[in-house]
Design a binder for this molecule. Sequence first.
Ligand SMILES: Nc1ncnc2c1ncn2[C@@H]1O[C@H](COP(=O)(O)OP(=O)(O)OP(=O)(O)O)[C@@H](O)[C@H]1O
Ligand SMILES: [Mg+2]
Length: 386
Amino acid sequence: MTTSTTTIEAQPLEQESTTVSGTWEADSGKKGRTQKFTDRTTAMNSLASLAYWHLAENPSDRVAIIIDGERIPLSVPGAPALNGHVQAAPTGDGQPTIQVLEGGHTHSLYVPNGEVPTYIPQKDELDILRAVIAGGLNGLLTGPTGCGKTHAVTEVCRVLGKPLVTIQGNDGAAYEHLVGYRTIEDGKVSWVDGLIPQAMRAGAILYVDEPNALPDGIRFTLFSAMDHRRAITLPENAGEVVIAAEGFTVLASMNEGTGYTGTSLLSHAFRDRFDVVVDFDYLDQRHEAQLLAARTGIEASHAKRMVAVAGGLRTALKDKEVRTPVSTRTLLAWANLMQRGFDGQKAGTLTLVAMVPGSLADERRIFADLVEAHFAGAAKVGSQDA
Ligand SMILES: Nc1ncnc2c1ncn2[C@@H]1O[C@H](COP(=O)(O)OP(=O)(O)OP(=O)(O)O)[C@@H](O)[C@H]1O
Ligand SMILES: [Mg+2]
């Protein structure tokens, strides 16, 4: 058996000539934006798809699509279901019918709920993120590792009840997983949305962790979702144009910004698509200590010592005396082990000191000395031999 490799290239929409313009409108008065399309069929399919998402939420409404000024009422057989893919199939009398294509795949999206641990705001970052989402903007969250960027996004989605779709930028990120793929089931070919079109159709928050590490093909697909077009083409799905439903927002996070030694790895074109940059840093010592005590149950006095150690090491990082950042994540692990019976110094050695690469022996000593200075002889918490 031979295998063949197919190279898939995303087709940026702006390189295509746009010849027709269209929008959709419901009887209730709700309207779509006017968009440009390459041809009438693409316009019809895409506008029907958009109208369909409106109908899924407002099943009793009636919709029409308007292409180059011509008003075409859509007939919708049965109640629309929120799965599968739609197209407007022209019937004999020229009136398109919204169809759910064969082999529709249901995707259930994650909406953060009460499981999210309490978030302690640093400044006004949650308000900014809410404004970014309300304004249909793209937001870039910058800041050092483990300072609460992902938690802040989750918290905002929880508060707003928004679905959250996360994609992890790394070189192995598969096009099929993020954009989609064709599949054959029972002899029928169907298309399965990847995470990006899923998020766009649902008007979800698309959270891209480390976008600089995404493979080029996926980055280019994101480009058109992030500018005025708010759309992507799916070349492998007969060129379907997926236009983002209202509320779709791209948020991304990167380890750069205040106090972080890294430099931007984003291309100018990508960076330029982020309208708002929200800069994060670690919580101040008082709040970080509160967080450690509240999340793990360690004594407040121990939490204070931990954040004092972290404070010293973060200053050393800013002064370029050490290279290893100390994250809130690491402090939580340290507190967790302490709460499970390890004394503070041992728990700190296993977590905080162990974060320093073995090759940096001098730096390990600096970390270990500081832990020792604050915790040598500290009482064990919860251990049997305390
Ligand atoms: N302000 C905060 N309130 C509550 N918890 C926080 C806060 N900041 C950080 N944390 C906790 O610290 C840990 C790390 O946070 P998170 O994963 O959000 O960091 P991040 O900035 O996304 O890191 P990375 O850049 O490595 O992805 C999580 O357990 C998170 O709950
Ligand atoms: Mg994160």
